[in-house]
Design a protein around this ligand. Structure first.
Ligand SMILES: Cc1cc2nc3c(=O)[nH]c(=O)nc-3n(C[C@H](O)[C@H](O)[C@H](O)COP(=O)(O)OP(=O)(O)OC[C@H]3O[C@@H](n4cnc5c(N)ncnc54)[C@H](O)[C@@H]3O)c2cc1C
Length: 361
C-alpha cells in the first residue's frame, strides 16, 4: 500500500503516463486522468487492422495494471497551482503533477469499442480491391507494409505530401523503404495531397492536389496529429509552452520554473524524435524522481534525462523492417527479427506488470 498521503496526479494514460502511474501506485496516492478507459500500445495498431485479434493484448484497461489508484475517465481542461479540473467536473488536488497528454486523437472511450473499430477496419480492407493510404510517415508506411504482406492481391496506393517517405529519419532509410514498397507493388505518389475535407467512405475517385484522380474502394488517413496541449494555453502553465505548443522541461523533466510539475513523452520540447520507447525511458526517470521527492530525498539523488540520437525501426509487414542506427541503416529480416513479429507487445505488457502472452490471465 502507499507509504504516505502525497497526491500524484497524472494527465494522460498513454505510453508515458500509464507507466508512471503503474510505477508510483504503491508510493503515493495516484490519480490517472485519461479520456479513455484503456492504455493502447500504439505501435501495434497497424497490425491490429490486418489481424484484429492482435489487439486483444494491446488494448489494456487501465484498471488491469493500476490496481491501487484512482482513475478519472475525462479530459483535463484546466490546471491551477493546486488542482486539476476535468471536462466532467472533477476537481482533483495534487502535490505533484505529471503531464503526458501526447497527441490529440479521437479514439473510443471503451476497450470493447476500440476492439470493434479494428474489426471494422479489417472488414474495410478485406472487402476492398483497391486501398488509398494518405500519408507517408511511419504510420502510412507501416500500414502499407501490413496490407501488402497480408493481402498481396490488393492494389495499394500511398499518397504523400512530402518529397520522400519517413521524413523523421534519414534519406537512406526512405530510399530503401520506397524500393521495398515498390517490390510489393505499392504505388507511391509524392508531392501531392488529397483534399481531406471532402473525403467520405464509399467514394471511389479521389482527386489529388495536382489534378490526378486515384480510384480506390476505401481510404485510410495516416497523417500527423496535433499536440494535446491547446488546453494548457489559458492556464497557469501557459508560459511553460514553446511556440509549437510543446512543454519546456529541464533535465530532470520538470516543467521549466516549476518544482512539483513534470512533463514527459511527445508533449515535451526534448530535442529528439518522438518515440514510445523514449517516452517509456522518460517515465522511468520521472517515477524515480518523484519517489526521491516524496521520500524527502536530496535533489542530487534525482535522475537526469539526456536526449537520444536517432534510432528508429519501422516495420514492413510481419517479418521485415527498416532500421536506422547512428552509423547504419538496414532493411530486411534482421531488423524485422527485432521488431516485426510481436512488435514489442509482450515486452511492453511485461513492463506494465501483465502476462506478456495473454490478455486473459
Ligand atoms: C501508429 C503509430 C505507430 C508508432 N510506432 C512507434 C514505434 O514503432 N516505436 C516507437 O517507439 N514509437 C512509435 N510511435 C510513437 C509512440 O506511440 C509515441 O511516441 C508515444 O505514444 C508517446 O507517448 P505519450 O504518452 O507521450 O503520448 P500518447 O501515447 O499519445 O498518450 C497521450 C494520452 O493522453 C491522453 N490525453 C490527451 N489529451 C488529454 C487531456 N486533455 N487530459 C487527459 N488525457 C489526455 C490521450 O487519450 C492518451 O491516452 C507510434 C505512434 C503511432 C501513432
Amino acid at each position: 500500500m502507499e507509504k504516505n498521503g502525497k497526491r500524484v496526479v497524472i494527465l494522460g494514460g498513454g505510453v508515458a503516463g500509464s507507466l508512471v502511474a503503474k510505477s508510483l501506485q504503491f508510493h503515493a496516492h495516484v490519480t490517472l486522468v485519461d479520456p479513455k478507459e484503456y492504455f493502447e500500445i500504439t505501435w501495434a495498431s497497424l497490425r491490429s487492422m490486418v489481424e484484429p485479434y492482435f489487439a486483444e493484448r494491446t488494448i489494456i484497461n487501465h484498471r488491469d495494471y493500476l490496481t491501487n489508484g484512482d482513475i478519472v475517465t475525462s479530459h483535463a481542461v484546466n490546471v491551477t497551482e493546486t488542482e486539476v479540473l476535468t471536462a466532467d467536473g472533477h476537481r482533483i488536488g495534487y502535490d505533484y503533477l505529471v503531464i503526458a497528454t501526447g497527441h490529440a486523437d479521437s479514439v473510443p472511450k471503451t476497450r470493447r469499442e476500440r476492439l470493434n473499430q479494428f474489426k471494422e477496419d479489417n472488414q474495410k480492407i478485406k472487402s476492398s480491391h483497391s486501398i488509398l493510404i494518405v500519408g507517408g510517415g511511419p504510420t502510412g508506411v507501416e500500414l502499407a507494409g501490413e496490407i501488402a504482406v497480408d493481402f498481396p492481391d490488393k492494389r495499394v496506393t500511398l499518397v504523400h505530401r512530402g518529397s520522400r517517405l519517413l521524413e523523421f529519419i534519414g534519406t537512406k532509410a526512405a530510399d530503401k523503404t520506397l524500393n521495398w514498397l515498390k517490390s510489393k507493388n505499392v504505388i507511391v505518389k509524392f508531392e501531392q495531397s488529397v483534399d481531406l475535407s471532402t473525403l467520405t467512405d464509399g467514394q471511389k475517385m479521389y482527386k489529388t492536389s495536382n489534378g490526378e484522380t486515384i480510384e480506390a474502394d476505401c481510404h485510410f488517413l495516416c497523417i500527423g496529429k496535433p499536440l494535446a496541449s491547446a488546453w494548457l494555453k489559458e492556464t497557469v502553465l501557459k508560459n511553460g509552452l514553446d511556440a509549437q505548443g510543446r512543454i519546456k522541461v529541464d533535465e530532470k523533466l520538470r516543467v521549466k520554473s516549476r518544482n512539483n510539475i513534470f512533463a514527459i513523452g511527445d508533449i515535451t520540447d526534448i530535442p529528439e524524435i518522438k518515440q514510445g520507447f523514449l517516452a517509456q525511458q522518460q517515465a522511468d526517470v520521472v517515477a524515480k524522481n518523484l519517489k526521491v521527492m516524496i521520500e524527502g530525498g536530496r535533489e542530487c539523488r534525482m535522475d537526469t534525462y539526456k536526449p537520444h540520437s536517432t534510432v528508429a525501426i519501422v516495420s514492413l509487414g510481419r517479418k521485415e523492417a527498416v532500421a536506422q542506427f547512428p552509423f547504419l541503416t538496414i532493411i530486411g529480416r534482421i531488423p524485422g527479427f527485432i521488431k516485426s513479429g510481436d512488435l514489442f507487445v509482450g515486452k511492453t505488457r511485461k513492463q506494465m506488470g501483465l502476462n506478456p502472452d495473454s490478455a486473459h490471465a
